[in-house]
Design a protein around this ligand. Structure first.
Ligand code: 5GP
Length: 116
């Protein structure tokens, strides 16, 4: 059983954080420490610790994360210029919060894909 992170509390609004989107599967809110002009996190409501822990039953949720990213990118006005979606996994992947989340990054040129 994975331990809850701060994201579960945000999803349940026990820690008040303005939500950009929420439905029965996913929740989206702005990153507390934005790395670029537009930095949004799209999070499954269900606690899944890492991408290594996803199952076939999560496919609808994972697909929803993409369609919500598309919707929010349009609302942010970054869809035409473009953006990047990132999911980090475990330590080499740079994961800090062990509740999977997709970073929606844009609003400026993002440069090369990898920083190591
Ligand atoms: P990771 O490195 O796990 O892929 O990304 C975790 C992200 O969560 C980081 O970009 C970090 O700034 C963000 N974050 C951590 N704690 C909070 C929080 O309490 N609220 C919000 N909105 N973002 C958080």
């Amino acid at each position: 059983m994975s331990e809850e992170t701060i994201f579960s509390k945000i999803i349940r609004q026990e820690i008040p954080t303005p939500l950009l989107y929420q439905d029965e599967l996913v929740t989206a809110f702005r990153d507390i420490s934005p790395r670029v002009d537009s930095h949004i996190l799209i999070v499954p409501n269900k606690l899944i610790a890492t991408i290594n822990d996803v199952t076939n039953e999560d496919e609808l949720t994972l697909g929803r994360m993409i369609t919500v990213a598309k919707k929010l990118a349009k609302e942010e006005g970054i869809d035409e210029n473009g953006y990047r979606l990132i999911i980090n996994c475990n330590s080499d992947g740079g994961q800090e919060v062990y509740h999977i989340h997709m970073h929606l990054l844009g609003g400026q040129p993002l440069g090369p894909m990898l920083c190591v």
